[in-house]
Design a protein around this ligand. Structure first.
Ligand code: COA
Length: 378
């Protein structure tokens, strides 16, 4: 019987990403995450994950053009957005929009590898427009059309905030997108692969992935981490507040990881970005609280921060509202999800594990009128 939560169970073979939890290493297609975070861009990582090699300049240019061309959402989605902005949470909006986008995808129900690649590019390209459009609508502002001159990360901030971001801010976001792009068999990627393994379509698999990412034990942790920092309020409150939370058996969001037993290598970059962006905007408060929280959680529980902890302060200093932090994670992870779905299709077998039965046995049917009343506990 495997560990509860399928710990250490290998559920698929992949050429996309790899983690060494003991050494704290992450790589995409054999490239170390530190190398990619320092030198690469989100668009280049999209190419890497979908083609399993680095692009030439011409290939990268072509992909960037395709992503720019597919930024506009269909009129159907644009019409749906005011209702979604008024009625649903940001992650529910994404889940519904991706599901709805299948109705107007030009490749329809074509399941060929070429069609699925095009669907993947469209899904990656539309994420900034969906999230920014939602934010503009719910704050009573007109959506900002995409700017074809700006790369993926910078264009997102432009559409969200209505002005071109400074270069350092845009690059900071780009680095976080590189860091969030893929992460082996996490819960949302596993969900996407299970759905794809039934030979259901790309949009269905991604809709499921978004639903899985929504939960606070997975993608929702960055938002929860920021809400915690707000509640703590000052660096001097950090120690007492964390000890109190732990005494009440609360989990500290943004800490701990199923696979990493040392520092999550993505956290190293996000810590640095949180400090740098805080210093540049003149608001180092969140970084200072975070540092103290990190110290206390290490002393009390021996736990390291994961990707979500410092991402929270990074996104806050860019002007990204707290409840859009998980959607921004989804914006980045769309690259990995879609690549995993294509990888699953390319060598598919239905994912259908077993369960261990632990219920009663040898029961006999008793007609309803003869059953004894049962007192339910509680
Ligand atoms: N705060 C406090 N204690 C934590 C903790 C946290 N963030 N993460 C793990 N622990 C403790 C658990 O309480 C448990 O202690 P116990 O053995 O005394 O009961 C032990 O560490 C093992 O935790 P467990 O929940 O079984 O580990 P897991 O592998 O199932 O969970 C996570 C991994 C990520 C779900 C878990 O660390 C967590 O809930 N973290 C907070 C949410 C988060 O940041 N998610 C984003 C992940 S990238």
């Amino acid at each position: 019987m495997p560990e509860k939560g399928l710990e250490e169970v290998v559920a698929a073979q992949t050429s996309l990403s790899d983690i060494d939890g003991k050494l704290g290493r992450l790589s995409y297609v054999g490239y170390d995450i530190h190398d990619l975070a320092t030198n690469s861009t989100f668009e280049e990582v999209v190419y890497l994950l979908h083609h399993l090699r680095m692009p030439s300049q011409a290939e990268l240019d072509e992909l960037e053009e395709q992503l720019v061309e597919e930024r506009e959402v269909s009129p159907f989605l644009a019409e749906l957005m005011p209702t979604l902005a008024a009625q649903t949470s940001p992650m529910s909006m994404l889940r519904t929009s991706v599901s709805a986008a299948s109705a107007y995808d030009p490749d329809g129900w074509d399941q060929s590898p070429e069609a699925n690649y095009r669907k993947a590019i469209r899904l990656i390209a539309m994420m900034p427009s969906l999230i920014a459009g939602y934010q503009r609508r719910r704050t009573g502002q007109e959506p900002v059309p995409p700017n074809p001159k700006l790369p993926h990360a910078a264009n997102f901030l432009y559409m969200l905030l209505g002005e071109e971001p400074e270069q350092e801010t845009a690059r900071g976001l780009d680095v976080t997108l590189v860091l969030y792009a893929d992460h082996t068999m996490n819960a949302s990627t596993f969900t996407a692969r299970v759905i794809a393994s039934t030979l259901s379509d790309m949009h269905s698999a991604i809709t499921g992935a978004i639903a899985a990412l929504k939960g606070p034990l997975h993608g929702g942790a960055n938002e929860e981490a920021f809400r915690m920092l707000e509640e703590i309020g000052t660096a001097d409150n950090a120690e007492a507040s964390i000890k109190d939370r732990l005494a009440r058996k609360q989990k500290i969001m943004g800490f701990g990881h199923r696979v990493y037993k040392t520092e999550d290598p993505r956290a190293t970059h996000l810590r640095r970005l949180a400090r740098e962006l805080g210093e540049r905007t003149g608001d180092t408060k969140w970084y200072e609280i975070s540092e103290r929280v990190e110290k206390v959680v290490m002393e009390e529980k021996g736990l390291y921060p994961n990707v979500d902890f410092y991402a929270a302060s990074v996104y806050h200093s860019m002007g990204i509202p707290t409840d859009l932090m998980t959607p921004v994670f989804a914006l980045a992870r769309m690259s990995g999800w879609t690549a995993h779905v294509r990888e699953q299709y390319a060598d598919n077998r239905l994912i259908r594990p077993e369960s261990e039965y632990i219920g009663p046995v040898d029961q006999h049917y008793v007609p309803i009128e003869s059953r004894q009343p049962v007192e339910e506990a509680g």
